[in-house]
Structure formats: structure tokens, C-alpha cells
Design a binder for this molecule. Structure first.
Ligand code: ATP
Length: 293
């Protein structure tokens, strides 16, 4: 992630950057495991059940290190239910954008608002309970398939599990297994394909019913049929939720409501595929050179 591509390198390497960003998931998990977060002092309470997923970044300044500003002046709006594809070369700040939204780091200047509330005034638990994440390295634990899906919601019933599995297009393959939902996975029992694991992760997120989704799009190659299932499951999952996708596939990027094109900690361009093509800037160049191949 230290390798910030120059605009020329970006354009000539085109698809390379769309496919880069592999380690983002691992990094998000590092943060989840961090225990040394400062104490919460805020008093604002987000009514998670009635949250629509409206998000605003207003003039955000941030750097991981005191003397190295990464985001100089980042502003951004996401309306409820919008799909935002975050694209840009390695090191552009795509992961940082979602890390700040979930408040894994404190910003220096500006505000980040969820549903009009400043995220720094909420407790981290309250804030993060509005989010669901599907990351590249799907994380399954040593247990049954049913347990792995149910993990998304405390007190989930068998009906909840099956309904989520159906929406995530995995009920069919689960039923074909000799032990069905009781099949043991994780640990040494990894019998599922990568694509199937991704579908389970989607089912787990659907059962949790988060208002805002963070997706780190998988770049691994799965067969065409699984790819279609994953696309359908993702579409069902994203319906009615504001979604940030660290996107690598042109299909996803083209279909997003907004493409956020980042480079070196700045948002360079924002708009739909059609709008950015019309603009004829960095995204359009990238897209045209990618589709020439
Ligand atoms: P990639 O596509 O490679 O995942 P990215 O666009 O997601 O890249 P970020 O991970 O947001 O980029 O990183 C932006 C910049 O911040 C990079 O220069 C990176 O090296 C730096 N950075 C990221 N995490 C940290 C950290 N924990 N401490 C210091 N610098 C960091």
C-alpha cells in the first residue's frame, strides 16, 4: 500500500489497480482486534433501527502519522440506499475512507456524520452496530454452517438462518451437503469452495440487517455460475442499504450510483459511470484504456 502510482502509471497499468488492494480486509481485521482504542466520551445516541444510512464527510483532514497528512480536504455525501464504488490506485486512501467512517482513527479536522450525527460523539459500539462488512478473506469459524450464518444476529432462529441463506443464494448448495446446515466447516473442515464461503459471509451479513455496508470486493476467480450467484446475492444484500464497495470489477464500478475516484488521499472525481465518462478525466481515461485490452 506504500506504492502510490503516478497518473501515467495508473493509466498504463489500468486494470492492475482495479485488481489491487488485496490486503484491505486483513487491515480492517487488524483494527477490529485492536484493544487500545481511546475511551468514548460522546453523548449522541444513534437510533440504529431507524437509521437510513445517510453519510457525510465534510472537509476531513487526516493522517496516520502526525507529520504526514493523507486526507487534506475530503468531502463526500452518500444518500440512503446509494451504492458507492471507491476506486483508485494502491495507497490512494480507499481503506482509510471506510476506516474513518467506522471511527477506527480520529480525524484532525472536519466532520463525519451518520444520519446527521457526528460519529465522534457516539460510542464506537453504537456507531459500528449500524455497519456490516463483507471482506475479501471471508471469515468463517470452526462450527456448523448454521452457526456461522447465525453469528450475524444474536438469538437468530433456524427460520432466520434459512431465510438469509436463501437470499444469499446458498440454501441450494447447503441442502446438497449430506449434513446440510449441520455441516461442520472452518478449522480443518474446509470443504467449501471460495465462492461458497463468500455466499455464507453474505448470508451472515443479511441476517444481521445492517444499515450501511462495507464491501471489499473479492478479486479471486470463481467459476461463472458462482459469480452469477454472488452477484445476485450481493444485489439482494445491498437493496435498501447504503453501500461502500472497495471495487475491483468493472461491472460493479459501472453499476454503482457513484464512483469515488481517489488518488493520493484526495477524491479526484465523483459521479456515475456516465457522468465521469462525459467528464473525460482520470476515470474516463482509465476505463477507455482498460476496455481496449
Ligand atoms: P490498497 O488498494 O493498496 O488497499 P488503499 O487505497 O486502500 O490501498 P489505504 O490503505 O487507505 O490505501 O492507505 C493510504 C495510505 O496510508 C498509504 O500510503 C498507506 O501506506 C498509509 N497507511 C495505511 N494504513 C496505515 C497505518 N496504519 N499507519 C500508517 N500509514 C498507513
Amino acid at each position: 500500500a506504500n506504492n502510490i502510482a503516478s497518473p501515467t502509471a495508473l493509466i498504463s497499468n489500468n486494470l492492475n489497480f482495479i485488481q489491487s488492494g488485496a490486503a484491505a480486509a486483513e487491515r480492517i481485521f487488524e483494527f477490529l482486534d485492536r484493544e487500545e482504542e481511546p475511551e468514548d466520551s460522546g453523548t449522541a445516541v444513534l437510533d440504529v433501527a431507524n437509521t437510513e444510512g445517510r453519510i457525510e464527510f465534510n472537509h476531513v483532514e487526516f493522517g496516520y502519522l502526525p507529520d504526514r497528512t493523507l486526507f487534506h480536504d475530503v468531502s463526500l455525501k452518500a444518500e440512503p440506499g446509494e451504492v458507492l464504488a471507491v476506486v483508485g490506485p494502491s495507497g490512494a486512501g480507499k481503506t482509510t475512507l471506510v476506516n474513518l467512517l467506522m471511527r477506527f482513527y480520529e480525524i484532525n479536522q472536519g466532520d463525519i456524520l451518520l444520519e446527521g450525527l457526528n460519529v465522534k460523539n457516539m460510542t464506537r459500539n453504537n456507531l459500528r452496530s449500524a455497519f456490516g462488512m463483507v471482506l475479501q478473506d471471508t471469515w468463517l469459524f470452526d462450527g456448523t454452517i448454521a452457526e456461522n450464518i447465525a453469528y450475524g444476529k444474536s438469538g437468530a432462529t433456524r427460520e432466520d438462518v434459512i431465510s438469509a441463506a436463501k437470499k444469499a443464494q446458498c440454501d441450494e448448495f447447503i441442502r446438497k451437503l449430506p449434513l446440510g446446515y449441520e455441516t461442520h466447516i472452518g478449522g480443518d473442515f474446509t470443504t467449501l469452495s471460495e465462492g461458497e464461503c463468500q455466499l455464507l459471509a453474505i448470508a451472515r451479513t443479511i441476517i444481521a440487517d445492517p444499515k450501511v455496508l462495507i464491501l471489499d470486493e473479492a478479486t479471486s476467480s470463481v467459476d461463472t455460475r458462482t459469480e452469477i450467484l454472488i452477484t445476485q446475492a450481493m444485489e439482494t444484500m445491498m437493496k435498501g442499504r447504503t453501500t461502500f464497495i472497495i471495487a475491483h470489477r468493472l461491472f460493479t464500478i459501472k453499476n454503482a450510483d457513484k464512483i469515488i475516484f481517489m488518488m493520493a488521499g484526495d477524491i479526484k472525481e465523483v459521479g456515475s459511470h456516465a457522468e465521469l465518462m462525459k467528464l473525460g478525466g482520470l476515470y474516463a481515461n482509465l476505463y477507455l484504456s482498460a476496455s481496449d485490452n
